[in-house]
Design a protein. Structure first.
Length: 100
């Protein structure tokens, strides 16, 4: 009878070890897996960085649209046109002195 009792005890111990190993695996996967908490925090941080970049690009786009509108045929800003001519083409008037 002692052999039967040992087998039952070993089977229960093996079941308990398997259940603990499974629990540890799922806990590890929940914390550090592909869909775990650490990955979620990294995704949230990346999403916030992308939101900030989106807002910065939206402001830059609005500024470029304003400059484009000011240089259009319907509304021509001569000061902006003069500034762009100087910046892009390097023009200057005869009465100006360039200091570098």
């Amino acid at each position: 009878m002692s052999a039967v009792a040992t087998q039952r005890g070993f089977g229960g111990l093996a079941y308990l070890a398997f259940a603990c190993a499974l629990g540890i695996y799922f806990t590890f996967a929940a914390v550090q897996g592909d869909y775990g908490m650490f990955r979620r925090v990294a995704i949230d941080a990346e999403a916030e960085a992308l939101r900030l970049e989106r807002d910065r690009l939206a402001e830059e786009l609005a500024e470029m649209q304003n400059l484009t509108h000011r240089l259009s045929d319907e509304y021509l800003d001569l000061d902006l046109l003069d500034q762009q001519t100087r910046d892009v083409l390097g023009y200057m008037r005869a009465d100006e002195i360039a200091i570098r």
